[in-house]
Write a protein that binds this ligand. Structure first.
Ligand SMILES: Cc1cc2nc3c(=O)[nH]c(=O)nc-3n(C[C@H](O)[C@H](O)[C@H](O)COP(=O)(O)OP(=O)(O)OC[C@H]3O[C@@H](n4cnc5c(N)ncnc54)[C@H](O)[C@@H]3O)c2cc1C
Length: 492
């Protein structure tokens, strides 16, 4: 035990071992600090192992390519990125955080390259979306490969890593954070660990429906979302920082809500079929949007999340199924479902889902309505009106693109339950541009930093898919920015 009653002491304590935590730990350890990572899960990596693309501006990869594969677009400048974050968030973004991110994002790509990452493409996440910036850097092996490279660099740099060891509490002294209480989940012991600085990198609160309901505008469907990861990102960093005096007014302003079929994996072909711009109805058996919005997965999530209970059905007929199997998906879900790639597993998966009662099939629309529990007469009216719109080549309700106007007429008819999917929460603690957590007076709490999904600043009320890869790029970059500040404070 040390003189201050700590079991052990470090220069820097990092809570969480995803992209942001490991990036912070590597930066600090390479600068000579004694660093420890505490990770709640038995394995390191967090949701970052699922990430595909990483956002950066004016990177060496963009410069080397010159122009995107679709020559009508261009790679964006830092200034364009800066402007878009601010405009998309309706000026709710924290300009210091935005500026720090856009200025330092390119370095993230170079660092990952120096660790061995190889970039196969830089593009947008959708197939063709004029609103998206071309910032999505796709490495070989995607996020999982980058996490392995980073882990081995962190280990080589001498960082101590304790898995199954969640940080439970911050220890404060005269308003400054001076350590943490960590819990050895295997041995059962509580450890008091001293730290000259603590970086919270616990991955937000996406897996806590209660906190999602409390802090985002998705309260109506928070308890009915498909949570895409079984990870422990339940708001620990946020709760600990609030207890230490962090500003409680700028909490999670956004939830990253993308889509998938209810309780299906993101690469499911049934999920992809339900998310096509086919016919979507909510619990009222009525359409509610131009389904062409499916072209951008960032936009669909919030639209589904605001339907009653977040319950939505994608309706297709046999002609749709055959076309998807042969000609492929009309939407992209990142690398999970690729535009134009035939959905070859669709028939097999769909038959199984119908058998299991999680998709529905009937020779009549009324039969389909009965199977899923919708009002028969209303669904019949909805499809009659829709088929009339297809015949006229004009959707009077929602101005759906003519190319997607295909009638529901060839039985059997299918219904697939599609759901808002919670990938990660975004936004969170208010920080300054050095990622120091601030109090209500915007004064830094000495010794406390928040990074990655624990930090707010880039977003307004929803995740900005028009800058694809922002969450992941920000995780790496904000971790490094925080660690550099710790180094500058400790080393002068
Ligand atoms: C399926 C999927 C696909 C995605 N694809 C993309 C993409 O292509 N591009 C993109 O930008 N973003 C994507 N994301 C979002 C991704 O989560 C972020 O990009 C980013 O990598 C998150 O990094 P992080 O370090 O903030 O959090 P994480 O990587 O989630 O790391 C947080 C870690 O903290 C640990 N932890 C939690 N509580 C504690 C505690 N009390 N003590 C210690 N440890 C704790 C968790 O177990 C976890 O390991 C995707 C997410 C999912 C789920």
């Amino acid at each position: 035990m040390t003189t201050q009653g700590f079991d052990t002491e470090y220069d820097l304590i990092v809570a969480g071992s995803g992209a942001s935590g490991k990036s912070a730990a590597l930066t600090a350890a390479q600068a000579g600090l004694k660093v420890v990572i505490f990770e709640k899960m038995p394995e390191t990596g967090g949701t970052s192992i699922y990430a595909e693309g990483t956002c950066a501006f004016e990177s060496s990869e963009q410069k080397a390519r010159g122009t995107p594969s679709n020559p009508k677009y261009h790679y964006p400048t830092k200034a364009e990125g800066y402007a878009k974050f601010n405009a998309y968030s309706h000026q709710r973004a924290n300009v210091d955080v935005v500026r720090a991110f856009v200025d330092n994002s390119a370095e993230t790509i170079d660092i990952l390259k120096s660790l061995g990452a190889v970039y196969k493409d830089v593009r947008i996440a959708a197939h063709d979306d004029p609103n998206e910036l071309w910032t999505f850097h796709l490495p070989e092996g995607l996020g999982a490969a980058c996490q392995e490279l980073l882990l081995s660099a962190v280990q080589k740099a001498g960082v101590d890593i304790f898995t199954s060891t969640p940080v439970r509490e911050l220890i404060t002294e005269n308003g400054a954070v001076v350590g943490v209480v960590a819990h050895d989940a295997q041995g059962g012991d509580l450890m008091r660990v001293g730290g000259k600085a603590v970086i919270l990198a616990t991955g937000g609160l996406g897996n806590s429906p209660e906190l999602v309901a409390k802090y985002t505008w998705f309260a109506a469907s928070a308890h009915n979302m498909t949570v895409l990861t079984p990870l422990e990102n339940v708001g620990d960093g946020l709760n600990m920082a609030l207890a230490a005096g962090a500003d409680d007014r700028n909490i999670v302003s956004a939830g990253l809500v993308a889509v998938c079929a209810r309780n299906k994996a993101m690469d499911s072909h049934v999920g992809a079929a339900g998310l096509q711009p086919c016919v979507w109805v909510n619990k009222t058996a009525r359409r509610f949007i131009n389904e062409g919005i499916a072209e951008n997965i960032g936009d669909i999530g919030p639209v589904l999340a605001k339907q009653p209970d977040g319950i939505v059905y994608g309706l297709l007929d046999e002609a749709d199924i055959q076309r998807l199997i042969k000609e492929g998906s009309e939407i992209s879900i990142g690398e999970f479902v690729v535009y134009g790639r035939p959905l070859t597993r669709l028939r097999l998966e769909l038959d199984q889902d119908v058998q299991d009662g999680v998709a529905w099939k009937s020779d009549t629309i009324e039969g389909l309505a009965q199977a899923i529990g919708l009002e028969k007469a209303v669904l019949a009216q909805t499809t009659t009106e829709y088929n009339a719109a297809c015949a006229a080549g004009h959707d009077p309700h929602y101005f759906k693109q003519t190319r997607y106007l295909r009638p529901l007429k060839q039985p059997p008819f299918y219904a697939i339950s599609i759901a808002p999917g919670m990938m990660s929460s975004t936004g969170g603690l208010r920080t300054n541009g050095d990622m120091q957590v601030v109090n209500r007076d915007y004064q830094p709490i000495p010794g406390l930093y928040a990074v990655g999904l624990d930090a707010g600043g880039l977003y307004g009320d929803s995740y900005n898919m028009e800058i694809p890869g922002a969450a992941n790029g920000f995780a790496y970059t904000s971790g490094r920015i925080a660690a550099r500040h710790v180094v500058s404070v400790l080393k002068g």
